[in-house]
Design a binder for this molecule. Structure first.
Ligand SMILES: [Zn+2]
Length: 220
């Protein structure tokens, strides 16, 4: 006899799992949907984000004197004290207690944004990026809880509901997406200008007969 709940397949393509009503998804896909807003979402590992965190730090330092950067830092500072959904407000309070600043929040968001721009297949610019932005902020401080049973003591990260990622992510995205994009374009422009200068230094004047070190050998 078929199990009464095992009658409908998960609605995700090629998934062999059964859904548990009223969900349209099998437990695995349901969990991804709740944590990432999409059944194909995943958490970008800290290792993968490392170069983008470094980049974000560098950019915010380079462009620190711009008024939009200063305003963004200040806005993030305020976000940390904002009154939002109860669970989100609790997470923000925890981050404040952990010493997280507006600049940290901005940096975490920019790193996530830069990653998504560089690897859109891994983190598409849709609801998954929204959740990822919120998660990046929540992850600024680990939240170890201690679990004790008898002689066993275990530290584990307390569960943060997906709704917190979504709420924070939506707020960050709305306020900062243009700023993030602008900063990354500025960075590209500056890099190109730098490359032009280096080329000019290296090559000298190509049709100058006195230019004995003609750069053809070095041409990229
Ligand atoms: Zn499934």
């Amino acid at each position: 006899m078929t199990h009464p709940t095992r009658t409908r397949r998960c609605t995700v393509d090629d998934c062999e799992g059964y859904c548990i009503p009223p969900s349209r998804f099998c437990p695995a896909h349901r969990l991804r949907f709740l944590r990432h807003g999409d059944t194909s979402g995943r958490t970008i590992r800290l290792r993968e984000l490392k170069p983008f965190n470094d980049l974000a730090e560098r950019l915010l330092c380079t462009y620190a004197s711009r008024p939009d950067t200063a305003a963004a830092v200040q806005w993030c500072e305020r976000l940390l004290t904002a009154r939002l959904d109860e669970r989100t407000t609790r997470e923000l309070a925890r981050l404040r207690r952990g010493g997280v600043t507006g600049a940290d929040v901005l940096c975490a968001g920019l790193a996530q944004w830069a990653y998504a721009e560089r690897f859109p297949a891994s983190l598409p610019d849709d609801v998954r990026l929204t959740y990822a932005l919120g998660r990046a902020v929540v992850r600024l401080r680990r939240q170890p809880s201690v679990f004790t049973r008898g002689s066993l003591t275990k530290r584990y990260s307390r569960y943060v509901p997906g709704a917190v990622f979504r709420e924070l992510g939506m707020i960050l995205r709305e306020a900062l997406c243009l700023f993030f994009t602008r900063l990354l374009r500025l960075h590209e422009r500056d890099r190109e200008a730098d490359a032009d200068l280096r080329r000019a230094i290296r090559e000298g004047a190509p049709d100058d007969p006195r230019n004995i070190l003609h750069p053809t050998r070095e041409a990229r």
